[in-house]
Design a protein around this ligand. Structure first.
Ligand code: NAD
Length: 248
């Protein structure tokens, strides 16, 4: 174990966390919040971003990349005990025109990326008898979304994966939960608005949102901070909507 890792293990409540998609939007806010809570945080993203303790550039769809990235995190910060899967891409296409390649790409990042990252971090959590996994899915899984069949299918599968792994990993001290965010002000949302795929402007949506505001990445980060905490140890297999009341 590296000197940093030993310090991490002895510091009360501090854990080593990996946040995928941590260079932007929700993942970035989660990384910042977990760092503010005292954890040692590594971001794993296609872009370097500004990872709090350590930013690793990797593609979550490439298992060799993911394993190498998690090894680097282990060496630098110690065994991984918190994983937040926030890396994601969206996609818009009428289903009749959706190529299988486009379908695969969206499923690859949003679903297979989660598979790789969890499986890669699992040995550390199992060895420690303690782990927290939070998968960022999407509120579109509550309602469906036209022209996003690939995205919604992948995110719905993430919710299913979450429930199954909660049952399988609970006896090992590992909780697995999902947060399906809705309408959160990030570069992804603004690009959707620009491409006129939002069904109106952000302002139009605010008027239809019960709490009358757009979500902030920090709203998702707050829920995430709770789910990875010691006191959330009896919460697993849950899909915790954070969406301003748009889906209940
Ligand atoms: P974002 O585009 O701001 O951030 C996504 C990050 O994922 C980027 O930094 C990007 O580089 C990274 N990424 C993409 N593909 C990757 C890959 N193959 N390997 C590694 N990193 C990769 O988007 P966001 O809005 O912050 O989205 C975060 C998560 O929340 C996504 O999974 C998204 O589907 C989900 N989500 C967001 C909203 C919203 O309203 N913003 C709603 C529902 C779900």
């Amino acid at each position: 174990m590296s000197p940093v890792a030993s310090a991490s293990a002895t510091r009360s409540g501090a854990r080593t966390a990996v946040v995928t998609g941590g260079a932007s939007g929700i993942g970035r806010a989660v990384a910042r919040r977990l760092a503010a809570d005292g954890h040692h945080v590594a971001t794993l993203d296609l872009s370097p971003g500004d990872g709090r303790d350590y930013a690793v550039t990797a593609d979550v769809t490439d298992r060799a990349h993911v394993d190498k990235a998690q090894d680097a995190v282990r060496d630098r910060l110690g065994p991984v005990s918190i994983l937040v899967d926030a890396a994601g891409v969206d996609g818009f296409k009428r289903f009749a025109d959706l190529s299988f390649e486009a379908w695969l790409r969206v499923v690859d990042v949003n679903l297979h990326g989660v598979f790789h990252c969890i499986q890669s971090a699992l040995p550390d959590m199992t060895a420690a008898g303690w782990g927290r996994v939070v998968n960022i899915s999407s509120s579109s899984t509550h309602s469906g979304q036209p022209f996003m069949a690939h995205y919604v299918a992948a995110k719905s599968a993430v919710n299913g994966l979450t429930k199954s792994l909660a049952l399988e990993l609970g006896p090992s001290g590992i909780t697995v939960n999902a947060i399906p965010p809705g309408f959160v002000d990030t570069p992804m949302l603004r690009k959707v608005e620009e491409r006129q795929r939002l069904g109106g402007t952000v302002e139009d949506h605010i008027a239809r949102t019960p709490v009358r505001r757009v979500g902030r990445p920090e709203d998702i980060a707050a829920a995430c901070a709770f789910l990875v905490s010691e006191e959330a140890g009896y919460i697993t297999g849950q899909i915790l909507g954070v969406n301003g009341g748009r889906n209940t």
